[in-house]
Design a protein around this ligand. Structure first.
Ligand SMILES: Cc1cc2nc3c(=O)[nH]c(=O)nc-3n(C[C@H](O)[C@H](O)[C@H](O)COP(=O)(O)OP(=O)(O)OC[C@H]3O[C@@H](n4cnc5c(N)ncnc54)[C@H](O)[C@@H]3O)c2cc1C
Length: 358
């Protein structure tokens, strides 16, 4: 029996595994993908450490972004260009960088391996039965089981935990060319309930769009094709995914099972960014599991700790997203709302602060 089985080797799973294995505990990570990080289902934009601390001030000292090697950074930028439905531009100061997400996922997995975790790829988890993890390749036993298996987590549903209630479909691709070092976000009926993005990399860009969950039937693919064609882009490496936009789920621990990352709704509802939150909560999960197995501290401490660090900003972000949803249905209303918010309000919304305070 392993001490811990982590299902999912994305940023949440590998970070959780690393922080358990570093205590000398036995950790097995299972992922259904044959190759870690592929396909890339991400805009590949990460907020800088300074921005993460602005958004989650209580994450000080938990900053996993320090583990991004310089060679993984594709492009740094200092501003976001936000475009309204009518094309009015707002340049918002915001520092961040872009990455090749597949390389970065591999890097984070390698850190978990170096700490002593064992990684098995190409293993599909089908469900849980008590302390058993049922896979397409047999059953594994563990004292603690972690669901870091993304927004439709099979671990969560098998443990009677709820998964995020709102999942926004999104498509992404790579486009070759030279792009300005500014990340663009386009709002309006071109991406109802979400936005389209052009995110610069070294000699390419990550281009994509996400829409609200109710727009699924309207065809996210058609909107994506339209956005790409209008700009004359020749896309490759097209991939889709679901982004949890309903904030954290109500409960993330059940007996010997806990969930983290997208599985737990650890995503910023105003922009869909989840990598940093997954890293922060993954570390907390790892530390709490180690404390449980080594010092018998309750696993429930995990729930308290991640809420203390990211709970409040994510709640504010969710309120802002719900307010924005009231305007997303009409370009005219959205244009007006964005003008009223202005540059300052948009900057605050992106950072999960109340729009009209402070
Ligand atoms: C199109 C798109 C663009 C995005 N852009 C950004 C961005 O620019 N910046 C940002 O910060 N966030 C972005 N996000 C969100 C971000 O990608 C996620 O929040 C982040 O990946 C969450 O990490 P995770 O480890 O929880 O889940 P994931 O990275 O999804 O990892 C889950 C892992 O679990 C594995 N798995 C799933 N089910 C099983 C199973 N049954 N058995 C075994 N293994 C399983 C999967 O193979 C996967 O490797 C984007 C999301 C999408 C869909």
């Amino acid at each position: 029996m392993a001490d811990v089985i982590v299902v999912g080797a994305g940023p949440a799973g590998s970070t959780t595994a690393r922080h358990i294995a570093s205590h000398g505990l036995e950790v097995l990570v299972l992922d259904k993908r044959e190759e870690i990080g592929r396909p890339v289902q991400c805009g590949e934009l990460l907020a800088s450490r300074e921005e993460v601390l602005q958004i989650f001030p209580r994450s000080r000292g938990l900053d996993e972004l320090d583990t991004v090697p310089l060679e993984n950074v594709q492009r740094r930028f200092e501003r976001l260009r936000i475009l309204t439905p009518k094309g009015r531009e707002y340049l918002i100061p915001f520092t961040g960088f872009t990455v090749n997400r597949d390389d970065l996922d591999k890097h984070w997995v390698s850190l978990a391996e170096k700490a002593g975790a064992e990684i098995r790829t190409g293993v599909v988890v089908e469900g849980l039965s008590g302390s058993e993890v049922i896979t397409d390749q047999g059953r594994y036993n563990a004292k603690v089981i972690v669901g870091a298996d993304g927004p439709t987590s099979i671990v969560a549903t098998s443990a009677n935990l709820k998964t995020p209630s709102s999942l926004s479909p999104a498509l992404t691709c790579q486009v070759e060319g030279n792009f300005e070092p500014v990340a663009e976000m386009h709002f309006g009926s071109l991406a109802p309930g979400g936005y389209a993005w052009i995110i610069p990399k070294k000699k390419s860009a990550n281009v994509g769009l996400g829409v609200w969950d109710r727009a699924r039937s309207n065809g996210v693919r058609a909107l994506f094709n339209d956005f790409i064609t209008r700009r004359g882009f020749a896309p490759h490496s097209i991939a889709g995914g679901l982004v949890p936009m309903s904030g954290p789920v109500a409960k993330t621990v059940s007996k010997n099972v806990l969930i983290v990352g997208d599985a737990a709704g650890h995503v910023i509802p105003t922009n869909g960014g989840g990598v940093n939150v997954a890293l922060i909560c993954g570390r907390i999960a790892g530390e709490c599991i180690a404390a449980n197995l080594l010092r018998n501290e309750p696993l429930q401490r995990y729930e308290e700790r991640w809420r203390a660090v990211v709970g409040h900003p994510l709640t504010i972000g969710l309120k802002t997203k719900r307010l924005a949803d009231k305007f997303f249905g009409s370009d005219r209303r959205l244009e007006l709302a964005m003008r009223i918010m202005g540059k300052k309000g948009m900057g605050r919304a992106i950072r999960c602060k109340r729009i009209f305070r402070g």
